[in-house]
Write a new protein. Structure first.
Length: 537
């Protein structure tokens, strides 16, 4: 076995989320005994909590609570527990006596690595080994990772772990994080990896991590649990990891003992508890959101996967990593007030726009100033012409698009009978049921939150066209805002949607949203500017 690679089994700790830590005394004793007999390097036995220990629970108050569960403690294994950085009073922690735990893992959220390092120093002063766990490591910028490494080097724990809290990492994410930490950490500090299987990448990423650390020569600690037992989608499975290390890295893990532990102690929980990959926990990974948000929607509203995805997508990135149930309930109610069955509408639109380019005519003043250029393009390219929150008699429209009720009502009232016969695409936040010559499309599938003005009409319409698999789009009138509202629009009476009049900030925001759209959504959508714009060429 490569002595620089260690396996850490966290069944009793991460599995506590599944069982509420109520494993029962025989199970706790049995799993610890079999993990040490299987030669697992680090056995995580549970949590330290600020509450009295209850027999049969893997929540302990002080290390001595664990002694009754340790049978023939092995000298080669490290016995560990975890504390949450701000939820355990270190005043309750006695000096290490060697009779129970050897090490404490300290988990801390993004932005609290210096606090975590200070806690590590206090724990080390009491004689324990320390591992640090950088939760939501994906949120760390390159500069954050350097700062993390500096704080870790000052504390000098036994190791620090990269944690894929939301199961959202891809290969390149792990590559970036590990490369920076490996470059800046003291050589004596081991680097660990704790994964979650939301996207069924947990085992693959664990293998990648091992191979990366093998090339660097740094000590590696890889977390796993029996049958992947753990919160939500669970973890890398101990049995898979042990098999891989035995086959590829001269491991000496006893597979029979590991499988015996599964048969005797884990399978009964599989009959009454739920964990492991599911579509809903995949959504937690792809949206980079806390699994508690998924659980709330499942438990309180029995939401479908499609609805969960839409609601999670409506949250800002910052809100997704927390679990604010009041906010989540608000978003749930908002979503269901704007839901429409748009399958037929999308099919109709997709069929009508096949094999033709699309021209979006937005509200900017350039649609009057460069009228001849736009008309010449229409004559030459024969595009589908869509007016976006605008209607001018100079142009013949195939569709009008509205994602704001104020703009819809204005067009209807001002243009009356001329407006009525034109086919309209209406987002469901404007109206849920089509009337007359309209099709309704789901609003929540067309927006991406994270900006104050996330519902910009042109970008919202581009998201729809991308959904319809349109290949070529020309933009006219997507000009950008001048400092005087009346100078920005072809129709100077158009109602303002920016009441604070911070035009420079709005221009920067829209440009950022447009660049984000091009990068993350529109890889197959060719967008060109027909008229001058602050947002592109």
């Amino acid at each position: 076995m490569d002595s620089k690679i260690q396996m850490l089994d966290c069944t009793l700790r991460d599995g506590a989320y599944v069982t509420d830590a109520k494993f029962g005394t025989p199970v706790i004793k049995g799993i610890i005994k079999r993990m040490q007999d299987a030669h697992v390097d680090v056995i995580e036995c549970g949590w330290l909590k600020d509450a009295p220990h209850k027999e049969g629970s893997s929540f302990f108050h002080v290390p001595s609570d664990l002694e009754q569960y340790l049978l023939e403690k092995s000298e080669r294994a490290i016995y560990a527990v975890m504390i949450d950085w701000d939820r355990y009073d270190l005043g309750n922690l006695p000096v290490r006596d060697g009779k129970s735990i050897d090490a404490i893992r300290v988990v801390f959220p993004h932005g609290k690595h210096k606090d975590g390092a200070e806690i590590a120093k206090k724990i080390k002063a009491k004689g324990y080994e320390v591992y640090l766990q950088a939760a939501n490591s994906l949120a760390y910028s390159d500069e954050d990772l350097v700062s993390l490494a500096e704080a870790v080097n000052e504390a000098m724990p036994l190791g620090v772990s990269v944690v894929d809290t939301f199961g959202a990492m891809y290969s390149e994410d792990l590559q970036r994080i590990v490369a920076i930490l490996d470059r800046h950490l003291d050589p004596k500090v081991n680097l660990g990896f704790h994964s979650h299987n939301n996207q069924q990448l947990s085992f693959a990423l664990s293998i990648q991590f091992i191979e990366m650390l093998g090339r660097s020569g740094r000590g590696a600690v890889v977390d796993s649990s029996l049958c992947g037992m753990g919160r939500g989608a669970g973890n890398t499975t101990t049995e898979l990891l042990a098999g891989y290390l035995n086959r590829k890295h001269q491991g000496n893990y006893d597979m029979n003992t590991i499988l015996d532990a599964i048969d005797m102690y884990v399978r009964p929980f599989q009959e009454v508890c739920d964990w492991g990959y599911s579509t809903n926990y995949f959504i937690a990974g792809v949206c980079c959101t806390h699994v508690n948000n998924i659980a709330y929607l499942l438990n309180n509203h029995r939401s479908s996967a499609k609805d969960i995805f839409s609601i999670m997508s409506s949250l800002s990135p910052a809100d997704r990593v927390n679990y604010d149930y009041a906010l989540l309930e608000q978003k749930y109610l908002e979503y269901h007030s704007h839901v429409a069955d748009d399958e037929a509408a999308l099919a109709e639109l997709k069929k009508s726009m096949q094999a033709r380019p699309v021209l979006l005519i937005a509200s900017g003043k350039s649609i009057t100033e460069e009228r001849e250029k736009i008309l010449a393009y229409i004559a030459e390219a024969n595009p589908i012409v869509i007016g976006v929150h605008t209607f001018l008699a100079d142009y013949k429209y195939d569709y009008l698009f509205f994602s704001n009720k104020l703009r819809y009502d204005y067009a209807q009232e001002v243009h009356g009978e001329v407006f009525s016969p034109i086919r309209k695409i209406v987002a469901s936040n404007v109206k849920a049921v089509p009337e007359g010559n309209e099709v309704v499309v789901n609003y929540n599938t067309l927006i991406k939150r994270g900006w104050p003005h996330f519902d910009n009409s042109v970008i919202t319409c581009l998201r729809l066209l991308n959904k319809l698999q349109v290949e070529n789009v020309a933009l006219a009138g997507f000009d950008g805002f001048s400092h005087k509202y009346v100078e920005s629009y072809a129709d100077p009476s158009l109602p303002s949607l920016n009441p604070d009049n911070k035009w420079d900030e709005l221009n920067s925001e829209i440009k950022e949203m447009f660049e984000d759209f091009k990068k993350t959504t529109a890889r197959s959508l060719n967008v060109r500017f027909l008229t001058n714009s602050l947002y592109g060429k």
